[in-house]
Ligand binder design. Structure first.
Ligand code: SF4
Length: 463
């Protein structure tokens, strides 16, 4: 049964990676609280130190994703939603700088050398593993293993996940699309009413508050588009990737003036997606949608629906909730993590969610919504996660633009169809899961295959 809330899926935080930036910050902050509790049990201050070990994909692409900076932020008490991204980007600029982690009665000095990237075989159960240790007079007194499982979600080893049976029962439970569709057919209810009712239980909020909070998420998405469209220049990380959102929007204006309206609209959708993805790559504040790597797709489609199609606010809010429903089903039955199942799980999921968003906003039935999501995911199957230098730039930024366009086309393909889809959304999610499991580890955010290793073959044209 799905028990993920909209606000667990769509979270505000800094780029560039939900599993390698947001998740580690959350884990480090949790560990900080544990350290504080431990200190409270000690009579006299000791010489304490904190050590961090990164394994698997976290070690492989952690530097490019700013994992080390996010961990320092979390150890200092920062939270993804409110962290100062400018300060965060400057952490460890001076390699030997000593940072003071301030606790109630003592400061613990911390340097970059306290973070170890372990490139040996990852023996833990998840590709994104980190271990945090508290040493007292040189001896380990506290040790925790955390798994960053995608979309900023974190699990702690040994900690029982909150049992679904401990949660208050949801008024309208479902585990997959078919169960939801069956229930809607039997009850005659609208999908949005089901989702809102469940959300009131998951959050404890009234309907009005839920929509206020959805607006807050939409505002961060919109601001990421607006900021990204204003900026130009080179993105950090050394690949010399140039921001292109503003230029793409200028191109859209020119196309419009030449009466090439369809191309102009597609260029605008591209520009919106590039804008947020470039902000994400720059470590700025975005929304996990459902991850940071894929953070450009849904804001682009929201901007397009708002600015170019003049869809009203309430419909957009509801459409985002419907998009979240698609994300819940994927997360529960497969994964939204590139490190687990490749880019199909990130960009594919975001495109499926965005296709559902388009379909809902244009008045699509639950059958059309489901079909649009299925088509969008189907045409991302097998997509690898192979970011160059572990930066969320190539292929990620253009991939978001393509994901937005594919989402739009998936909606078009699904709308008004008279034949019954042969492959269901639930089937394609299962195929995505199986395909992802079969993918070599080289193609799961480890920067050891695909485009990641093609870099340096020579001066190739293109991105
Ligand atoms: S290739 Fe895809 S899954 Fe991998 S980091 Fe980039 S956007 Fe995320």
């Amino acid at each position: 049964m799905i028990t993920t809330s909209f606000f667990q899926l769509f979270k505000i935080g800094p780029g560039p990676s939900s599993s390698h930036t947001v998740g580690p910050m959350v884990a480090a902050r949790q560990f900080r609280e544990q350290v504080q509790s431990w200190m409270n049990t000690q009579d006299t201050p000791k010489e304490w130190r904190i050590r961090v070990e990164l394994f698997g994909a976290l070690a492989a692409t952690g530097t490019g994703h700013g994992t080390h900076r996010a961990i320092l932020g979390g150890l200092m008490g920062a939270q993804p939603e409110t962290v100062n991204t400018e300060e965060l980007s400057r952490f460890f600029e001076e390699p030997d700088k000593v940072y003071q982690l301030t606790f109630d009665t003592v400061d613990i000095p911390f340097t970059e050398s306290a973070i170890f990237f372990d490139f040996s075989l990852n023996k833990y159960r998840h590709p994104n593993t980190m271990r945090l240790l508290l040493l007292e007079d040189g001896h380990v007194v506290q040790s925790e293993i955390y798994y960053s499982v995608g979309g900023g979600f974190v699990e702690r080893e040994g900690e029982e996940p909150v049992s679904k049976y401990d949660l208050p029962p949801l008024p309208f439970p479902y585990s997959n699309m078919q169960e939801l569709v069956d229930f809607l057919e039997e009850s005659g209810m609208k999908v949005i009413d089901v989702l809102v009712a469940n959300e009131t239980v998951l959050t404890g909020w009234e309907e009005e508050q839920i929509f206020q909070q959805i607006s807050r998420i939409m505002e961060v998405m919109e601001q990421s588009v607006i900021r990204g469209l204003q900026k130009e220049g080179e993105l950090p990380g050394g690949l010399k990737v140039q921001r292109r959102a503003k230029g793409m929007m200028d191109q859209a204006e020119k196309l419009h003036q030449q009466n090439r309206y369809a191309e102009a609209l597609f260029s605008r959708l591209n520009a919106y997606a590039l804008a947020t993805s470039e902000e994400n790559a720059d470590g700025q504040m975005v929304v996990t949608a459902p991850t940071n790597g894929a953070a450009g797709i849904i804001p682009a489609c929201m901007a397009y629906l708002k600015n170019d199609c003049k869809i009203e606010l309430r419909t957009l809010q509801e459409g985002l909730l419907v998009a979240a429903m698609v994300g819940f089903i994927i997360k529960d039955n497969a994964s939204i993590s590139g490190a687990e199942l490749g880019c199909q799980a990130e960009v594919g999921s975001a495109a499926a969610m965005a296709a559902a968003l388009f379909s809902y906003c244009y008045g699509g039935s639950i059958y059309e919504i489901s079909s649009a999501a299925e088509i969008a995911m189907e045409h991302h199957l097998g997509m690898t996660c192979d970011p160059i230098n572990g930066l969320v730039q190539i292929p990620c930024i253009e991939r978001n633009a393509n994901g937005a366009i594919k989402a739009y086309n998936a909606y078009l393909l699904a709308s008004g169809r008279t034949s019954k889809p042969i492959i269901s959304f639930d089937q394609v999610v299962e195929v995505m899961r199986q395909t992802g499991e079969d993918l070599s580890a080289k193609y799961k955010e480890t920067a050891t295959g695909g485009l990641a290793t093609s870099f340096g073959w020579g001066n190739m044209p293109g991105s």
